[in-house]
Design a protein around this ligand. Structure first.
Ligand code: F3S
Length: 394
């Protein structure tokens, strides 16, 4: 592969992987079974990124394992209605076309595990989206490092990844014990918990594998919210949660303990609330992308209602298609809320369009401010919906 016998794209891919492996001291390359590529929005890629993808496609690159994409910068089928410019849409379409030529499945979602890209326990994979990496490592027990866009593509085109980091047993052991002494419920609270723990990991420069005790139950939706937040605020790619995640039982509790009380969660939530409710001009649910159960719940809340502010629901295309069939889409769209599929409120090019975002996602709050300069209002899922029903001045 490195000598170019299998084409230019494979040679380039192998150069990327061997360089990474050398930097991180990997002794070998290992086969992987699944890839998820981030850096799909033209807003992030720009011309240089697009040119790289086209070069790889022209060089004969073909995905050798199941490979899916992170959200793009627009709803591929409905971009006009969401205010995306034709120039941007044209560039984004070329990005997706290049991926398609490489046999990458152009399902654009940060929750690939809900849309057919679901590895099993112990499987080696190469995923890039930070929330999905944290979910796959922790909740599923698959093994992946947090890949960049080029290294994930390189793994797709070769079916290999260097064996270092979270692929190895020794790096999956917890080093910090976290005792949760609060009742945690709902996606927002799990997001706040991820922020509290994540910021400790950053502050202490600890190897960020935490062993969390005291959480009695956690739904899939709560775990995806927590994974996204822990990855955002702590750069973490793996955690263990006693009684909930599969590898927790393999480890003993590390000595060093962090205790988290209700007040810590409240403080974390307040830190994400600098927008007054009447200032909010943009509402979004679906960071990470909504599951079908969340969409069903949303349809219940919006039945017969009318939303008063710009309200985006972000999810994966396959999930939306089931929502269509179940009748949820009709109820939700009748309220005036809009589906924004294949994309999200962070990767879409909406800087300058809004001033303040309301959401249940701690991760979305971070990027709404960091990327777009929006103020944020952070609250539970149902409260976000209630706010959408109130006029902006009310
Ligand atoms: Fe997904 Fe976008 Fe949030 S990629 S995790 S919805 S920032």
């Amino acid at each position: 592969m490195l000598e170019g016998e299998q084409g230019r794209a494979v040679r380039k891919s192998m150069e990327i992987l061997t360089t990474l492996g050398t930097i991180y001291g990997a002794e070998r390359l290992i086969p992987i079974s699944s890839v998820q590529i981030a850096g799909v929005s033209y807003d992030n890629l720009g011309e240089a990124g697009l040119a790289f993808l086209q070069e790889m496609a022209d060089g004969g690159g073909k995905a050798r394992v199941l490979t899916t994409l992170n959200p793009a910068g627009m709803d591929v089928e409905n971009w006009q209605a969401l205010g995306i410019s034709p120039e941007f849409a044209e560039k984004q379409a070329r990005v997706l076309e290049a991926f398609g030529r490489m046999d990458v499945v152009v399902t654009c979602t940060c929750t690939p595990y809900l849309s057919g890209n679901l590895p099993h326990f112990g499987e080696h994979i190469a995923w890039a989206e930070s929330s999905a990496v944290c979910f796959a490592n922790s909740v599923i027990g698959a093994r992946t490092n947090r890949e960049g866009g080029p290294s994930a593509l390189a793994s797709a085109l070769t079916g290999l990844t260097p064996a270092y980091g979270y692929h190895l047993d020794e790096n999956r052991r917890p080093s910090l014990s976290v005792q949760v002494e609060a009742r945690i419920e709902g996606t927002a609270q799990f997001g706040a918990l991820g922020k509290v723990i994540g910021e400790e990991l950053q502050a202490d420069q600890l190897k960020p594998v935490s062993f969390i005790t005291g959480v009695e139950r956690a739904s899939l939706e709560e775990l995806k919210s927590f994974s996204a937040s822990l990855a955002t605020y702590g750069g973490a790619a793996l955690f263990h949660m006693q009684g909930i995640t599969p590898e927790a039982g393999l480890h003993s509790t590390p000595g060093q303990t962090l205790r988290i009380a209700q007040a810590d969660l409240e403080e974390a939530g307040q830190a994400l609330n600098d927008a007054a409710p009447e200032e909010v001009d943009f509402i979004s649910l679906g960071c990470p992308h909504l599951s079908l159960q969340e969409i069903a719940h949303l349809a219940q809340l919006l039945e017969g209602q009318h939303v008063e502010r710009e309200f985006w629901i972000t999810t994966a295309r396959p999930t939306k298609q089931i929502a269509d069939r179940m009748g949820y889409t009709r109820v939700i769209e009748a309220s005036g809320a809009r589906f924004s599929v294949d994309t999200c409120c962070v990767v879409a090019p909406i800087k300058g369009r809004f001033k303040a975002l309301a959401t249940d996602s701690a991760k979305a709050c971070y990027y709404a401010y960091a990327k777009n300069g929006f103020k944020t209002a952070f609250m539970p899922f149902d409260d976000v919906v209630r706010l959408a029903l109130r006029p902006q001045s009310g």
